[in-house]
Design a binder for this molecule. Structure first.
Ligand SMILES: NC(=O)C1=CN([C@@H]2O[C@H](COP(=O)(O)OP(=O)(O)OC[C@H]3O[C@@H](n4cnc5c(N)ncnc54)[C@H](O)[C@@H]3O)[C@@H](O)[C@H]2O)[C@@H](O)CC1
Ligand SMILES: Nc1ncnc2c1ncn2[C@@H]1O[C@H](COP(=O)(O)OP(=O)(O)O)[C@@H](O)[C@H]1O
Ligand SMILES: [K+]
Length: 532
């Protein structure tokens, strides 16, 4: 599990550690780690450090201090290091070290800064770190914008300036880095969009903070974590013990969502899928997935007897393509009255948004909204949710008393009193109709197998994202493993300085990936599971 923290948590841990160490120790550890990463990058892009150009954007706080000390170390190795001092003051010790090592400095001047950025092989963004707050003030904002024109690699020091380290919020101009070198521990804002996409790959420099860190605010399961949680059949298994998932999805008007949701459950290893719906979706599901046991629901039945013929299930998936009329409401009422875990998606979420009493139940509930659906559930505009995903997913879990999986460019899973889980697999090619329905089926299969809502949702998101990567690469399991594990972990583990510029951005929908259809994702689930 990769754990991540808020700025306050990091500061408290730093204070505890600093009290035991001579002054300046942490900054010198941070600067040494940063300089080492930059030296490796320079070797990658220029072949050597000596003679390379390095530009430093230096703010008035300790983030600028780290940057100046790292610049001094690079200057000592023969790099030509020039700093733009953006604040009214600059870290004294760092400035003295840079000047003593032969580095040059000057105050902010847009023309000079533009010229420096055009020449630099590597630009270090040391404007603000965890001490930043709100939109960047001038001239920091202008400098952050100028980094978009940089010819070389942009390395953010600790946090990309303009990104809120605790939440990933971006309220104005912000640096978009190829790589972020972060100190002591991951900051939550580096893992959650929009912050995550500004951070690029993230590399952690250990400064000894570990023993002083509290429980994390955010945690990203790794492939090994997911493999450890996923159910595997044993010699004693039978289809019932492996988990029977009921799927109440589709309507005469919307049939495809049902086929996709059932596909997700079948391919993710449900012991059995029981599908209950109107006649037309039942016909189509039977044609595509003969493995599913189907029931045509009789809308004239009473709520108590509506699901009687379906048989026993260990979990339900409710909602994809269900419609939002009275018949759909009756199905939702019947499913949510059951005493097993229920995943509510798509139209099910619209029904729940209109009638919160549906959520009054004792068994676990998992809600899987995208930002638009969460907007209806919370009564908050979609843009606000996308700008502050962590806050809103937490609030939804608390207010709705459910596990909430928020979909989108960063998928988050929240449950009260637990760290928010962030998913690290996936590709922007997933942004296509029907992929969410596949996710509902995978999650339902895992719930039926006995995983908690929190584990089922986070494992399903991981597998779904990995399957999408494999599908986008044309079923090339081997390549996708390197890359998807890559995106998975690469976002945090840039580490291999040798990758050079082309390597950055892997997992962002480029690099050998092609459009996918939702059914491709379902079909790639077994390949994803084989990798775990
Ligand atoms: N505290 C520690 O023990 C360590 C801190 N380290 C570094 O210190 C950083 C934190 O240093 P500071 O607490 O000095 O804070 P920062 O340097 O992150 O930011 C504070 C400075 O930025 C300015 N600022 C804040 N918000 C701004 C905005 N919106 N627009 C323009 N300017 C803004 C402030 O006026 C101040 O000059 C970390 O990110 C890390 O880089 C590392 O050296 C490791 C050890
Ligand atoms: N930009 C993106 N990057 C990565 N994944 C994305 C992006 N946009 C959407 N997704 C993923 O694609 C899926 C879309 O699901 P959803 O919005 O429910 O679509 P549908 O209802 O058509 O199935 C979700 O798993 C979501 O997390
Ligand atoms: K920074």
């Amino acid at each position: 599990m990769r754990t991540a923290y808020t700025s306050d948590q990091i500061r408290t841990a730093e204070t505890a550690l600093m009290a035991r160490l001579p002054e300046g120790t942490l900054m010198s550890r941070a600067a040494a780690g940063l300089a080492m990463v930059c030296a490796n990058l320079l070797k990658g892009v220029r072949g050597r450090v000596y003679g390379s150009h390095v530009a430093l954007l230096v703010g008035g706080g300790d983030n600028g201090g780290d940057t100046l000390y790292a610049g001094a170390l690079l200057a000592r190795r023969g790099a030509r290091v020039e700093a733009v001092l953006a604040g009214s003051r600059a870290h004294e010790g760092g400035l003295a070290a840079l000047l003593a090592a032969g580095g040059r400095t000057g105050p902010f001047d847009a023309a000079r800064a533009g010229d420096l950025l055009a020449r630099a092989d590597v630009v270090l963004d040391g404007l603000v770190g965890i001490g930043g707050g709100g939109a960047l003030r001038e001239p920091y904002g202008t400098l952050a914008e100028l980094t978009a024109e940089a010819a070389g690699l942009v390395v953010a020091v600790d946090v990309p300036s303009g990104v809120d380290a605790s939440s990933g919020r971006v309220e104005g101009p912000a640096v978009r880095a190829h790589l972020t070198v972060t100190f002591g521990a991951y900051k939550a804002g580096l893992l959650v969009d929009p912050g995550a996409s500004h951070a690029g790959s993230v590399e952690l420099v250990d400064i000894g903070l570990g023993p002083h860190l509290p429980d994390p605010e955010v945690a990203a399961p790794t492939g090994d974590d997911v493999a450890g949680l996923l159910p595997r059949p044993g010699a004693e298994s039978d289809k019932y013990r492996r988990g029977v998932v009921g799927i109440a999805a589709g309507s005469d008007r919307y049939t495809g969502a049902a086929v996709l949701s059932v596909g997700g459950a079948v391919r993710a290893g449900a012991g059995m899928v029981r599908f209950a719906s109107a006649a037309e979706p039942v016909r189509l599901v039977r044609a595509r997935w003969p493995e599913a046991v189907t029931t045509v629901l009789d809308p004239s039945s009473s709520p108590e007897s509506l699901l009687e013929e379906v048989g026993r299930v260990q979990a339900w998936v409710l909602g994809p393509g269900l419609g939002t009329g009275p018949e759909a409401h009756a199905v939702a009422r019947a499913v949510l009255s059951s005493d097993v875990p229920v995943l509510v998606d798509a139209d099910g979420l619209t029904l729940v948004a209109k009638d919160r009493t549906l959520l009054r139940r004792a068994a676990p509930t998992v809600l899987t909204p995208h930002a638009g659906e969460l907007s209806r559930l919370l009564g908050v505009p979609r843009e606000q949710i996308e700008a502050a995903r962590l806050d809103h997913v937490r609030r939804a879990a608390a207010e709705l008393g459910a596990t909430v999986l928020l979909k989108g460019s960063t998928t988050l899973v929240a449950e009260e009193h637990r760290p928010v889980r962030v998913n690290t697999t996936g590709t922007p090619w997933l942004a296509t109709g029907g992929t969410g329905d596949v996710l509902s089926g995978i999650t339902g299969a895992l719930l039926a197998a006995g995983l908690s809502g929190y584990d089922a949702a986070s494992c399903a998101a991981y597998v779904h994202g990995l399957a999408a990567r494999i599908a986008a690469r044309g079923g090339d399991g081997g390549g996708a493993r390197a890359e998807a594990g890559g995106r998975a972990e690469a976002r945090y583990e840039a580490g291999d300085g040798g990758r050079g510029e082309a390597g950055y951005g892997a997992g962002d929908g480029g690099c050998g990936e092609a459009p996918i259809a939702a059914l491709d994702v379902a079909e790639a689930i077994p390949a994803a599971l084989r990798m775990l």
